[in-house]
Design a protein around this ligand. Structure first.
Ligand SMILES: [Ca+2]
Length: 136
């Protein structure tokens, strides 16, 4: 028996209350599908890994540009989370990531990481995974 109270009947006809349960089930499914479509359609998030090189001096590093499908002009509408991944990034942590407007045009297109101390000098030795979501 299904959670709607239906059970397989072979070739018999459905009673009206059974038919109504089927229709109710389809309505519920339609609503679920619509909610999922809306979530996918309006999902404005980006995630991945940035890899940059430490210089042993700067503790605030430009990681790169995010791929949010909106031009962010108000960084308070965005959550930025990051996790240090490589040993040099972990050694320099804790780390906080934030959006930045590198060219001063009012659009926050870039992601920066501010470490507790400067990551060690090296080539591609600072890896940070990130998740960014716009909720404006
Ligand atoms: Ca900009």
């Amino acid at each position: 028996m299904s959670w709607l109270g239906l059970r397989h009947k072979g070739y018999e006809r459905l009673y009206p209350d059974e038919w109504n349960a089927v229709v109710d089930g389809l309505d519920i499914l339609y609503i679920y599908a619509a909610e999922i479509r809306e979530r996918v359609k309006y999902s404005k998030s980006d995630y991945g890994v940035f890899t940059v090189s430490g210089d042993g001096v700067n503790n605030d590093l430009l990681l790169g540009q995010h791929k949010l499908p909106v031009d962010v002009t108000d960084p308070s509408k965005v959550v930025v989370e990051c996790t240090p991944v490589s040993p040099d990034a972990i050694d320099a942590s804790p780390v906080t990531c934030y959006l930045s407007d590198e060219d001063g045009d009012g659009v926050y297109e870039s992601v920066r990481a501010r470490f507790h101390k400067a990551p060690a000098s090296g080539t591609d030795n600072v890896k940070v995974s990130y998740y960014i979501e716009y909720f404006g």
